[in-house]
Ligand binder design. Structure first.
Ligand SMILES: Cc1cc2nc3c(=O)[nH]c(=O)nc-3n(C[C@H](O)[C@H](O)[C@H](O)COP(=O)(O)O)c2cc1C
Ligand SMILES: [Mn+2]
Length: 486
């Protein structure tokens, strides 16, 4: 690991490195009501967006800050994953090959390091002193149902029987001075833990970090296998155990170097209406939000004096973490495809337009008749990619999967729609799909588009009309200021 990255141990040291690299912009005077959200959204749409650190937020003291765009380019994502600061999109996916399973295997060697205090325990508030309104939690999108204090958050739960710790990124909406709903989708590890605690003890203990090293949000927001503690997984990524303090009320761990941690209990009968919220599909969640979402009853707030909320709002892509999701998904799907033994897979890109799920491009070098269709059907059903996928486009190795314009050029010129599009029915969909009819099982359908040159025409297919790499390099070298790009 590059030395500078080895020194990152919390959000402050992460910000130091990011600022040194020229990747941070300070924004002052923004309003928490819609301005932070809209400014962040405009930023995500710039090419190569910087991270934005909002300070002097309207109505809040200097130092109460919000950070967005933390992982929205290759340089910051690469440094957050401790992989390097000069990788491009494909190099990042290549650098990640095999890593997620390596981190899972290494995790048990990185048991948390328990400490009695840390930066997050500088201020401890309880009872009536607790007021979530004291933090500049943004009202992110115009049609949201309220202010979300938890977007780039990690919600900690335990298995009541084994004590295994889980961290999941589940959004948190403020519902009162000491209450916030936690939106945990069914089937997520945190949801199982909460249900088991309800059965065992009638309530479920929770701690939640609302700001910290963005690495924790990557771990908490990515499908790490059940039973693996995301804290130990983070330890494996950074090559050092995570320091934790035990919560006073629940005994649950909390990152000692976090910005803010809230602690409390969920009760089966303490629920609220949650949402709507601008979601990663690019739409507000269906039907005006959800009823009966569990509401955390907060008994302690631990924080630094001048905390930074880590904001990662989704929305119409590109959104705050769509790039991170694309890179993580691309590498996991590439690993899974190679593990099937499928030959000659060149690259995979899980496009941000489909939230890293709905639109996959897979490049292969065709070795036999049927190879392209096999690659597409495998990719469409492999566990790492099956949930909510809608389009798999298989291209030849000369096409850059990362470039939608190259991929669509291949579709336009190498696909015969009448025979090169396979449609699968009754596949694994989701209720968050804007096309979901509102009742019944959440199936979807999906298309595998074969955009490879027909195998039998490989020898005779017309040549691509573009300058060779050598010739291109030659003219760029001759007029670097004009053609060299930036
Ligand atoms: C920034 C961010 C926000 C997320 N918000 C939610 C959410 O509100 N509810 C949810 O169930 N999953 C959400 N997810 C996805 C989960 O975090 C992800 O599925 C993760 O694997 C859950 O942890 P678990 O596997 O330990 O349950 C979010 C992911 C990210 C990166
Ligand atoms: Mn988990």
């Amino acid at each position: 690991m590059p030395r500078r990255l080895d020194q990152i141990h919390d959000l402050r040291s992460w910000l130091d490195v990011v600022r040194e690299l020229g990747e941070l912009r300070d924004v002052t005077g923004a309003h928490w009501n819609l301005e932070i959200g809209a400014a962040s959204e405009v930023n995500y749409r710039l090419s190569n967006p910087a991270a934005l650190l909002f300070d002097d937020i309207e109505g809040y003291p200097t130092g109460m800050r919000v950070l967005t765009g933390s992982m929205s380019n290759a340089r910051r994502l690469g440094l957050t994953l401790r992989l390097g600061t000069d990788l491009d999109d494909h190099a990042l996916v290549q650098a990640l090959r095999g890593k997620p399973s390596e981190w899972v295997a290494q995790a048990p060697k990185y048991a948390v390091n328990e400490v009695s205090s840390g930066p997050v325990t500088q201020i401890v508030e309880s009872g009536d002193d607790i007021d979530l309104g004291a933090f500049p939690a943004p009202f992110w999108h115009e049609e949201d149902g309220g202010r979300y204090i938890g977007t780039g958050c990690a919600v900690f739960t335990t298995d009541p029987h084994t004590g295994t710790v889980n961290a999941g990124a589940y959004r948190m909406q403020i519902q009162g001075p000491r209450a916030a709903t936690i939106n945990i989708e069914a089937g997520k590890h945190g949801a199982l833990h909460v249900r088991e605690w309800f059965e065992k003890a009638g309530r479920a203990p929770i701690t939640a970090a609302l700001g910290g090293d963005p690495l924790l949000v990557i771990a908490a927001g990515t499908e790490v296998p059940a039973g693996v503690s995301e804290l130990e997984y983070v330890g494996a990524i950074q090559g050092r155990p995570v320091e934790v303090v035990r919560g006073e009320v629940t005994g649950l761990p909390m990152p000692a170097r976090a910005e803010i941690v809230v602690e409390g209990w969920l009760y089966p009968d303490r629920t609220s209406h949650e949402g709507p919220f601008g979601e990663w599909t690019g739409y507000y969640s269906g039907g005006g939000g959800r009823d009966q979402v569990l509401e955390l009853q907060i008994e302690r707030v631990y924080r630094r004096p001048d905390p930074i909320l880590l904001g990662t709002p989704p929305g119409k892509p590109p959104h705050d973490y769509s790039y991170m999701r694309s890179v993580m998904k691309s590498s996991m799907i590439l690993d899974a495809l190679l593990a099937t033994g499928l030959p000659q897979v060149r690259s995979v890109w899980a496009h941000e337009e489909g939230g890293g799920r709905q639109l996959l491009a897979v490049a292969i070098d065709q070795k036999y008749a049927g190879h392209a269709r096999q690659a597409g059907l495998l990719a469409a059903q492999i566990p790492a990619a099956a949930y909510m996928n809608k389009f798999v486009i298989v291209v030849d190795g000369d096409v850059d999967t990362r470039s939608l314009s190259e991929v669509m050029w291949a579709v336009c010129t190498r696909t015969e729609p009448s025979k090169d599009i396979e449609v699968l029915q009754q596949t694994w969909g989701s209720r968050v799909d804007p096309l979901y009819p509102g009742t019944g099982p959440a199936y979807n359908t999906r298309a595998v588009i074969d955009a490879c040159r027909p195998y039998e025409l490989l020898g005779t297919f017309p040549r691509v009309a573009e300058a060779t790499q050598d010739l291109r390099a030659k003219v760029v070298a001759k007029w670097p200021e004009i053609l060299g790009g930036r």
